[in-house]
Design a protein around this ligand. Structure first.
Ligand code: PLZ
Length: 452
């Protein structure tokens, strides 16, 4: 990886951490005051530096600080911000036309995105894809398709799951605070079953997959009735829930149960998709072939785009004009997605994601040996997390987690937290992050943990 990100036609963006002021600096604090007067507090802020440019592995703020980016805007800018092929295609497109509505008069790029997704997603069966605007919209539409195709209503989701903030997807989401509290009543016919969470499985990691699957299947058959279930919706790695990789064997067992009972298996790969985990899709790790797969975030380099891809016979069961929306598959977003696909392939970002994991995991495991605060190290590729606990226990320590994140932010390292218990630090660097910034970021993190 080069030391600069000269994608703009303008001056190159130096790939360096640079602190010119305290974080946030005076200009960002001014802007934060304006935000607080104009935007409701319901829209939170992880780190109140106001961004003026970003690219490669850095985010530059209004005070001229350059921060190392371990967040990618929540797993979105996997190809980097303002990635060259994305910029080029979107720039061309914005001058040609910006919108027609694909349902009114179509255009080629939408079809090409769908063809590409049909080809790249797991399984070589015949597929169809349609495009929407957000991860939540994709998941919600997958449920619509599954219900329509099966004539059934119940939807099964898992502990620690996150699927969005709309009425249905908020209902599918596990965690009350901040996502659901006070926003009920929730959508009907949603049922939650256990997830194989190795670090916290009561009888130990080695029993986790089998026991969790047995419990989940027992609940489905006894409490709902398998023949009532339209879809099982699951993240192959739970993202907001704390980067929980279900114990190996759990996903295949759930899939097998779905196949045996005519239940549509929906993989929510909104956070895990597009090279993030060191596979193009996280499902590939255990050879899972979902019936429907939802993608968003990393699909279009930051432009709002999401997709539902799945078996032709399920998708084609919906009547003409039963799906859609004004903006779904906007031409700028489609061009961006084509630029992303090209970048992932030509720059081998799947390989880059694996490389990032191979740098991060050993250093974090060594840190866990030295620090009792680090209870678990997990993840794959460039989707890595540590879970912080009170020393000598498994009791979650959200206070220490927040303190570590604050220290990292102050030192110019943008990290995100996650987890049902708020005690997970998660790392989602852009896949184009140069090695020297990755190493420097890890150094800041190690120091912050040691100090806390
Ligand atoms: N499914 C697996 O991770 C979005 C949420 C940020 P949207 N995760 C980031 C926040 O606090 O709102 C997500 C996800 C998975 C669905 C979604 C929803 O995607 O594009 O935010 O709607």
């Amino acid at each position: 990886m080069s030391g600069t990100n000269d994608t703009h036609g303008g001056p190159a963006l130096p790939q360096e951490r640079r602190l010119r002021t305290e974080i946030p600096g005076p200009r960002s604090r001014e802007l934060l005051a304006r935000k607080q007067a104009a935007v409701p507090p319901g829209i939170g802020t992880t780190l109140p530096v106001f961004v003026t440019r970003a690219g490669g592995g850095v985010v530059v703020d209004a005070d001229g600080n350059s921060l190392i980016d371990f967040g990618s805007g929540i797993a979105v800018t996997s190809v980097g911000n303002a990635a060259p092929r994305v910029v080029e295609r979107v720039t061309r497109q914005v001058a040609d036309f910006t919108h027609t509505c694909f349902m009114v008069t179509p255009y080629e790029s939408y079809v090409e995105v769908c063809e590409t997704l049909n080809r790249l997603t797991p399984g070589d069966h015949e597929k169809r894809t349609f495009l929407v605007n957000s991860g939540a919209e994709a998941v919600e539409n997958a449920v619509k398709v599954a219900r329509h195709a099966t004539g059934r209503q119940a939807v099964v989701v898992f502990d620690h799951g996150y699927h969005g903030r709309t009425l249905l997807t908020m209902t599918l989401t596990a965690k009350n605070m901040p996502y659901k509290d006070g926003f009920g009543p929730f959508a009907p016919e949603v049922y939650r079953v256990p997830l194989a969470y190795p670090f916290r499985w009561p009888t130990g990691r080695e029993n986790c997959a089998e026991e969790a699957a047995a419990q989940a299947i027992d609940m489905i058959t006894k409490q709902i009735g398998a023949e009532k279930v339209a879809a099982v919706v699951i993240e192959p790695i739970a993202g907001e829930g704390g980067f929980i990789e279900p114990a190996r064997g759990f996903l295949p067992r759930v899939l097998e149960f779905c196949r045996a009972n005519g239940i549509v298996f929906v993989a929510d790969e909104v956070q895990t998709g597009f090279a993030r985990t060191g596979d193009l899709f996280a499902c590939e790790d255990e050879g899972i072939v979902p019936d429907l797969i939802c993608t968003a975030k990393g699909i279009a380099g930051g432009l709002p785009l999401a997709a539902v891809t799945g078996r032709a016979e399920l998708m084609d069961s919906v009547h003409v004009s039963g799906l859609g929306g004004t903006f779904g598959g906007n031409p700028l977003a489609c061009e961006a997605a084509l630029g992303v696909f090209e970048t992932i392939e030509r720059d081998d970002l799947v390989g880059r994601a694996r490389h990032i994991g191979s740098v991060m995991l050993p250093r974090l495991r060594a840190l866990a040996e030295r620090s009792e605060l680090v209870g678990d190290v997990r993840g794959r590729g460039a989707m890595i997390a540590i879970e912080l606990v009170r020393p000598g226990t498994k009791e979650p320590d959200p206070v220490a987690t927040a303190a570590v994140a604050r220290r990292c932010h102050a030192e110019g390292l943008l990290v995100l937290t996650a987890g049902t218990y708020g005690n997970v630090l998660r790392f989602l660097p852009p896949l184009v992050m140069p090695d020297h910034l990755l190493e420097e970021g890890l150094g800041i993190l190690e120091k912050a943990i040691t100090e806390v």
